[in-house]
Ligand binder design. Sequence first.
Ligand SMILES: CC(C)(COP(=O)(O)OP(=O)(O)OC[C@H]1O[C@@H](n2cnc3c(N)ncnc32)[C@H](O)[C@@H]1OP(=O)(O)O)[C@@H](O)C(=O)NCCC(=O)NCCS
Length: 183
Amino acid sequence: MITNGVVDSVELMHMANTILLTPDDAPDYVALRREMLQDAPWAFLASEAQDRGCDVEKVRVSLQRTDAAIVGIRDDGKLVASAGVVREEALKRRHIAMIWGVYVTPAARGRGCARAVVSRAIELARSWAGIGSIHLAVNANAPEAKRLYESLGFREWGLEPDAVRIDGRSFAEHHMHLPLTGV
Ligand SMILES: CC(C)(COP(=O)(O)OP(=O)(O)OC[C@H]1O[C@@H](n2cnc3c(N)ncnc32)[C@H](O)[C@@H]1OP(=O)(O)O)[C@@H](O)C(=O)NCCC(=O)NCCS
């Protein structure tokens, strides 16, 4: 359980296998990113043709930032799970971190990988001075992901109807946040 962004020992155990990706991991991340956009297109706002996460050089540069990171898990050397976390850039929103790009390759699901990468991303955001809350959006077509976020302390604050359309099919998105500190 994570209470006000403070991680307990169970979550710490899950986080043990996680790594923070470095610029050298950019090609492997791009491969996983392409996979997620093909495997679960409704889960992500990005499309492969427009996505910065599918461009090795752009990913390499972003992995050098101090206010953004991608948490991963490798299994037998292969990158199988990821969660991105980034601090908002607008001066009036510097107190907010966003979690994005949560994905686990199908063969690695059901073993706590998503819980581990998201817990580590929360920990990282907590370590950034002045972060007051962490936000994310989850597709209404991914109730298992929503359950994970709720179990980590995220609460829904709004439902965006018709947030994503793919081939004429419309999907809503739940907007969730995890408050870390009061104002
Ligand atoms: C959602 C996803 C990330 C879960 O990955 P995972 O590694 O299998 O998840 P974990 O094993 O860490 O499970 C963590 C929690 O998620 C929930 N969960 C995960 N899979 C579930 C399932 N099939 N049914 C019900 N709940 C599930 C449970 O609450 C679980 O908690 P528990 O372990 O205490 O039961 C993965 O299925 C995935 O990548 N899906 C496609 C992309 C996607 O939907 N991403 C989310 C974008 S917001």
